[in-house]
Design a protein around this ligand. Structure first.
Ligand code: UDP
Length: 407
């Protein structure tokens, strides 16, 4: 199958370069690679962010990356890309008249917009993965939400037009249903993990104080402040925070805020802010921790808990979003609601005090990943959605033979 993936601000080459990643870049790179391994022809379209890159670059994994000239050739904050999507869409439309794909898969709403614009004139089926919805973001951030104002309206429009909408978790299915998207056009396709890279065995430093790890882009909604307040309830424990501003995101002062909080709570000595870590250096970090703590306000999916599970580490997480589907309470970790430091600390303490329980839940997490969340399984589910989208599109074209014949 010829697959056009549109990921305007998630170049898979960033991930392949071993740089720190975001969930979306990791997912685009991994699914493109897995589909290529399965014998499909994948082209990923991403916005050009560097004037010196060639337009078309082959990825080591065998798929192609096309750098679309749209807007200034430098990284832009995610929320400033909207004005350049018309240009992006025009490029796609021209490209697809020369190289027609069988299906278009757009990642994030802005790619969805450009893809819909371009695909319509070629009557191509569009599959869209939002990787987080504007309605949820608005609910949690309120007036501080930096998303362009029309985001929610555009998302509804894109979802209504798409042949298939891929939700990353059950929570997102419910959200899409509330937006009026019929259930039969929604498929659940979760994120995944590479179980050969994220393994329980391998390098990772041992023989140190009890260590809790938390990982993610350093943005407020990841709830690192909650992790720092939890640390205050865990004497004798060290908290590592891995992450920083990634790629096109700007540090909004979160590092400073966390340092201040650590001082207020008297935990400066036990908090280590590691900054952004290369994605390939993540496995040893998971292995060098006893418990992985995930405390976001909301989470469209959350690759971090899966990576921790693949490394055989138990996860303590707030009971939100994708983690409701990935972490099994009392089997692979704990899901905590409401998200309060004392409750989170109790769950972490129980694990820190019991090496056997850590080992048991860690092993169960690893098994759960192998059973359900490998990228090959994710790619197979994605492919089923593509096939469904193509079949549906075929149906709607067949239903309009006069219009088709009139062209
Ligand atoms: N990550 C990384 N280096 C860092 C912090 C995070 O490579 O310093 C990676 C992490 O391993 C995971 C991804 O970034 O693969 C974060 O994905 P997640 O879905 O948890 O969060 P998102 O970025 O989508 O909000």
């Amino acid at each position: 199958m010829k697959i056009a993936m549109v990921a305007e601000c998630a170049s898979p080459l960033t991930e392949l370069g071993g740089e720190p990643a975001s969930g979306r870049t990791v997912a685009v790179a991994a699914v493109a690679a897995a589909l290529t391994r399965a014998g499909h022809h994948v082209t990923v379209y991403t916005r050009r962010q560097d004037p010196h890159t060639r337009t078309e670059v082959p990825a080591r994994e065998g798929y192609r990356v096309v750098h679309v000239p749209a807007g200034p050739p430098r990284p832009l904050p995610r929320d400033q890309v909207l004005p350049f999507l018309g240009e992006f869409g025009t490029f796609l439309r021209r490209h697809w008249s020369l190289r027609r794909p069988d299906v278009v898969h757009a990642h994030f709403w802005m790619s969805g917009l450009a893809a819909e614009l371009a695909a319509r004139s070629h009557e191509l089926p569009v599959v869209v993965s939002f990787h987080g919805l504007g309605t949820v973001k608005r609910r949690f951030h309120g007036l501080a939400d930096p998303s362009p104002r029309p985001r929610i309206r555009f998302e509804r429009l894109i979802a209504t037009r798409a042949a298939q909408v891929l939700a990353t978790c059950t929570d997102e299915v419910n959200e899409l249903s509330r937006m009026g998207i019929p259930r039969f056009r929604i498929a659940v396709v979760p994120g995944g993990v590479d179980p050969a890279l994220f393994t329980p065995e391998g390098p990772g430093d041992r023989g140190r104080p009890q260590r809790v790890l938390t990982v993610g882009r350093l943005v407020r909604r990841k709830g690192f402040d909650l992790a720092v307040r939890t640390l205050a309830e865990l004497p004798g424990t060290e908290l590592l925070i891995a992450g920083g501003a990634v790629g096109d995101e700007l540090d909004d002062g979160e590092t400073r805020r966390l340092r201040r909080l650590a001082t207020d709570y008297g935990v400066t000595e036990r908090l280590r802010l590691l900054g952004p870590i290369a994605h390939t250096a993540m496995p040893p970090l998971y292995r060098a921790s006893d418990v992985v703590l995930c405390t976001p306000w909301y989470e469209p999916f959350g690759l971090v808990p899966l990576e921790a599970m693949a490394c055989g580490r138990p996860v303590v997480a707030t009971a939100v979003g994708g983690m409701l589907d990935t972490v099994v309470d009392g089997v692979t970790g704990r899901l905590v609601a409401p998200p309060e430091p004392a409750t989170l600390a109790r769950a972490v303490r129980m694990l820190l005090d019991d090496a056997q329980l850590r080992a048991r839940w860690g092993a169960a997490g690893r098994q759960r990943v192998l059973d359900t969340f490998t990228w090959d399984r994710v790619a197979a589910a994605t492919l089923r959605a593509y096939e469904h989208a193509i079949a549906t599109q075929g149906g709607s074209l067949a239903a309009a033979p006069i219009a088709a014949g009139a062209r």
